[in-house]
Design a protein around this ligand. Structure first.
Ligand code: ADP
Ligand code: UVW
Ligand code: MG
Length: 466
């Protein structure tokens, strides 16, 4: 039985290597000091909660290197288009059995986290009670780090939770739930160290002329109103794995990365640094998503909330309500009635609504692509690869093919698409695989993103978090 992480495939016998034994999970008597021995990684997305549990061993080759071993993987997906689906896979249980069920009553990531915690302690999970108590570190994906997130990951306690409360309104679909999950984790695992890893940190390198909005700069600075950018854990994972795949240093790798999931964004990575990205002050800017509008004329908000031509008659839609409409009932949901893009792609025969959603998404992606092509000097060899990731980017060969077809007009030195690899590549065990013919200078790649393992690896690398 194979299991993938990093760019490696491990088989079950390698899994039994005693250096990776769960015995490495020592019970913690006080808040953990010293290297982590058991890490729970929690990724609260807009339509899903993804979790992985790792024990930590020493590398066979470099004894000082800490290596995570995957113990279990669990997810609650489809939260935005119920019923939510729960999956739980215990890699220590014989046959790596997968448990799955519909959760009719769970509609939020916080409810999903509570369900997961209860399930973990059930016999059916195959996880020993003592093993749960051995968790020394909990890594949380927090989408918006505001100014505190600029300095990188942050150990959570009542003081740092307060600091993050200030930016909850800047990532309304994410930071509120993450805040509640961190509070629940602090309560349920009082001996563990909780660390927040920020999606926004990766974009600290954005140049001023890209991150500044053309508004009064006194107000902008005082209220920290600027582009932050998100999906940064995913982009760093993509960067390091694509650099490894290409045999290049991270800081010599330049790519256009497309993270297309319930929330969708793109990033122009220039020599290992984020140079531009489509999301902004909040995850609402840029591409449309499952229920988010993406970029619109800012005046549209006022047309929602008032009737400009008839100014004394104010409509019943208030500004905060308009914000919630743009976040929760726009995007694919507003266009085609569902936030589930796989359902839209599978509509057979296609309806005018499904075609509109697909063509509009494609159009916005190509608009940003053209812009990033120029910014990275694509015509002069400034781009190594185009990389697809996220639920849609990894899951839909059809949509990847549509995007690549749309790039024809650039007349760039792209790989041609290899239809066979594009259709069947997902069966590959590799984290990064090619969907191109390898003839062009710009490779077409898919990267199986893994925000949970990204946080875990960072946690093991950064001893300030222990
Ligand atoms: N095989 C697939 N083909 C097309 N779309 C897919 C596929 N698998 C998942 N998706 C879509 O990916 C989106 C969820 O992406 P994901 O990255 O898991 O979400 P989140 O933003 O919650 O992390 C949903 O719109 C879902 O329909
Ligand atoms: C930032 C963001 O939109 O994240 P997700 O796609 O996980 O909802
Ligand atoms: Mg996600």
């Amino acid at each position: 039985m194979l299991n993938c992480y990093g760019n490696r495939c491990l088989n079950y016998t390698q899994y039994q290597n005693p250096t990776f034994s769960t015995k490495t999970c020592m019970p913690t008597m006080t808040s953990q000091k010293g290297p982590p021995s058991c890490i729970l990684a929690v990724n609260a997305g807009s339509s899903s909660l993804k979790l992985q549990l790792f024990s930590v061993g020493r590398s066979d080759t470099i004894a000082s290197d800490l290596v995570p071993k995957l113990l279990l993987k669990s997810a609650v997906s489809n939260l935005a288009s119920p019923p939510a689906k729960f999956t739980f896979q215990n890699f220590e249980k014989h046959g790596h059995s997968i448990e799955s069920q519909d959760l009719k009553d769970i509609q939020s990531v916080v409810g999903a986290f509570e369900f997961f915690l209860k399930f973990l302690r059930k016999d059916r999970s195959g996880v020993r009670e003592s093993q749960v108590d051995e968790i020394t570190h909990i890594c949380h994906r927090v989408v918006h780090g505001g100014e505190v997130g600029e300095r990188g990951p942050l150990v959570m306690d009542s003081r740092t939770l307060k600091l993050l409360e200030e930016v909850i309104s800047l990532a309304p679909l994410h930071n509120g739930p993450a805040d509640l999950i961190m509070k629940a984790a602090l309560k349920s695992f009082p001996k563990a160290t909780n660390v927040a890893f920020f999606d926004s940190s990766f974009h600290n390198s954005l140049p001023d002329f890209i991150r500044v909005y053309p508004i009064d700069q006194k107000v902008a600075k005082a209220r920290k109103l600027r582009k932050y950018g998100f999906h940064g854990l995913s982009y760093h994972w993509i960067l390091k794995n694509v650099a490894g795949f290409l045999g290049k240093d991270e800081n010599e790798t330049s790519i256009i990365a497309l993270h297309l999931g319930s929330g969708a964004s793109m990033c122009a990575i220039k020599n290992g640094k984020s140079f531009d990205t489509t999301m902004g002050l909040t995850p609402l800017e840029g591409l449309p998503g499952g229920s988010r509008s993406g970029t619109i004329d800012p005046s549209l908000i006022f047309h929602y909330s008032s009737r400009p031509a008839d100014s004394d008659k104010v409509s019943s839609v208030e500004l905060s309500h308009a914000e919630s409409i743009l976040n929760l009932s726009s995007g694919f949901k507003g266009l085609a009635g569902t936030s589930d893009f796989s359902e839209i792609l599978a509509t057979d025969p296609p309806t005018s609504e499904s075609l509109l959603a697909i063509n509009l998404f494609l159009d916005r992606i190509l608009s940003f692509f053209g812009s990033y092509w120029l910014k990275l000097d694509g015509g002069k060899g400034g781009i190594d690869a185009v990389v697809f990731a996220g639920g849609i980017g990894e899951g839909s060969s059809t949509f990847r093919e549509m995007i690549v077809k749309g790039l024809d007009g650039l007349n760039g030195n792209f790989d041609g698409m290899d239809s066979e690899k594009n259709r069947n590549g997902s069966e590959s065990c590799e984290v990064v695989y090619s969907v191109g013919d390898g003839i062009g200078k710009i490779r077409l790649l898919v990267c199986k993103t893994n925000e949970e393992l990204e946080m875990t690896e960072e946690c093991l690398r950064d001893d300030r978090l222990w």
